[in-house]
Write a protein that binds this ligand. Structure first.
Ligand SMILES: *[C@@H]1O[C@H](CO)[C@@H](O)[C@H](O)[C@H]1NC(C)=O
Ligand SMILES: *[C@@H]1O[C@H](CO)[C@@H](O)[C@H](O)[C@H]1NC(C)=O
Length: 498
């Protein structure tokens, strides 16, 4: 009897010990929080089911003659920058398309997060021949430390037109609308069709009137979300998403016929304007879509063998990342976090890891391995890489620090975020003006409002983190750090064991 009992207990103990090591993070909890973050970034009239209740209605007059209320504040400020907002929306939609089935009850919240942006983009593209690209004068906004609910800075709407084109921002909005139309197809066919119709119109405008919004809007988009890497990549990215959404040969031919446009960018600038000589295949973020195009097109081609440079370039991208690859182009901190030049580093860790997980699924379909020189890389290695980055962000790092607000025991307390750092309207209903917020900015106290789920720029390359509000390079959250993280967390929630 005793022997039987101990035999029964022993395997159970072994399992729980293994489980204790494997399930080091609660990916489901982190997933819920990563989506909740987007409620804290909402602009406009908040709905009755708003869960982040310390935020209130804001910017209800945006747009003057055209209604441009809604959408997202992109980071710790109160400007609506449509270029990065559209990229974040595309990545949220891609997250739902790849991993939505494993999100459980959070899939509904993820779709709400997408719709908050797409409703706004439908407004921003409602006048044929124009695309609104931004609301809010970034210079006056950045000069103030003010709650969005109190804003009294200039809410200038900016747009591009046939005469003053902006193909990067227009084509990225087209990509966002096309990807989102697929995300809504199973649950809301009417809305999905509206998004897709608008996506085709906006893409046509972006392609017919070619140019960068730098040209006409330079002083208001630079140095904030200046287009450093040209607009050709967004046109291809938009066409690839439209092909996936419509299956129309027109878009497939567009991608195949124009892909070589990207090759002229053997030296490009990365998202922070830092010159980057690694080759365009290695870059992916709100400005450069190159690696994303190759991975997305490789996935689309699933069964037809390669006819273009896509798979080859996607393989080169993988080899540009892995620490043991002889053609590695990125750096690593001693604790193992991926680094690229410029600020807001965790955007690279999340967006690049997302691509690797998606690409690993492609390798599974074709049962293929990648050769990085002598190093042979299989799909499990890509998943392992992405998991290491995700675990680092959630707290498996030398400081034992989670870089997601509200996740784990130790997380950033003084994030560079106006709404989070000023008292809520509930606690302090009286108006706080432009400079009235300075004492809160300078204070060493923790932020009074928890922006749950926000992932900040992250530690420096020595794995240190100052947790200082003034140090925006490290302490500011952005929508484009979180959006690909949503997909990664959904994947690891249902694939928690290696
Ligand atoms: C946009 O402006 C920046 C800064 O002036 C410049 O470095 C960049 O090359 C411009 N991009 C394009 C596509 O013209
Ligand atoms: C982090 O946690 C590990 C394991 O619990 C511990 O050994 C280490 O001292 C901790 N490091 C810091 C900086 O707290």
């Amino acid at each position: 009897m005793n022997l039987v009992q101990s035999l029964l207990i022993l395997p159970g103990m072994m399992v729980s010990m293994v489980v204790g090591v494997v399930y080091s993070h609660d990916y489901g909890d982190a997933l819920s929080k990563s989506i909740l973050f987007f409620e804290g970034q909402r602009s406009g009239k908040l709905p009755p089911n708003q869960r982040m209740t310390w935020r209130k209605d804001s910017a209800l007059q945006d747009g003057l003659q055209v209604d441009l209320t809604g959408g997202y504040y992109d980071a710790g400020d109160n400007v609506k920058f449509n270029f990065p907002m559209a990229f974040s929306t595309t990545m949220l939609a891609w997250s739902v398309l790849e991993f939505g089935k494993t999100m459980g009850s959070d899939q509904k919240h993820a779709l709400d997060a997408i719709r908050w942006a797409t409703d706004y983009f439908l407004k921003a593209t409602s006048i044929p021949g124009y695309v609104f690209t931004q609301v809010g004068d970034p210079h006056s906004d950045h000069n103030c430390w003010e709650r969005p609910e109190d804003m009294d800075t200039n809410r200038t709407p900016y747009s591009v037109s046939k005469q003053f084109p902006g193909s990067e921002v227009s084509a990225e909005i087209a990509a966002a609308l096309a990807a989102s139309s697929m995300a809504f197809r199973p649950s809301d066919a009417g809305y999905s069709a509206r998004l897709l119709k608008r996506a085709t119109m906006v893409f046509e405008f972006a392609d017919k009137y070619k140019g960068s919004y730098n040209g006409s809007l330079g002083p208001w988009v630079c140095p904030f979300y200046c287009d450093f890497s040209g607009y050709e990549d967004e046109l291809l990215w938009g066409a690839a998403w439209l092909f996936r959404a419509t299956k129309a040969t027109y878009y497939w031919n567009y991608v195949v016929n124009n892909i070589h446009d990207l090759e002229k960018y053997s030296i490009i600038k990365n998202v922070n304007g830092v010159s980057y000589t690694g080759g365009s295949f290695a870059e992916f973020g709100w400005d450069s879509k190159h690696a994303g195009i190759n991975v997305l097109v490789s996935r689309i081609m699933e069964n037809s063998p390669s006819s273009g440079p896509f798979v080859q370039n996607a393989d080169k991208f993988v080899c540009s990342l892995l620490p043991d690859s002889p053609t590695k182009l990125v750096s690593y901190s001693p604790g193992g976090l991926l680094f690229k030049l410029g600020g807001s580093n965790l955007q690279h860790a999340t967006a690049l890891s997302f691509l690797l997980v998606v690409y690993s699924r492609y390798l599974k379909q074709t049962d293929r391995v990648i050769h990085c020189g002598d190093v042979i890389v299989n799909r499990y290695r890509l998943i392992q890489f992405a998991r290491d980055q995700v675990d680092y962000i959630l707290g498996s790092n030398p400081l034992n620090m989670s870089y997601m607000v509200g996740y784990g025991k130790n997380f950033p307390k003084r994030i560079h975020h106006r709404a989070s750092s000023l008292p809520s309207i509930d606690k302090h209903p009286r108006h706080i003006d432009c400079k009235g917020g300075s004492s809160y900015f300078e204070s060493n106290n923790p932020n009074p409002n928890l922006l749950t789920g926000a992932v900040v720029g992250g530690p420096d390359i020595k794995d240190s983190y100052a947790d200082s509000r003034a140090d925006f390079v490290h302490s500011e959250p952005t929508t484009y750090i979180n959006a690909p993280f949503v997909g990664l967390l959904a994947y690891f929630k249902s694939n928690a064991s290696p």
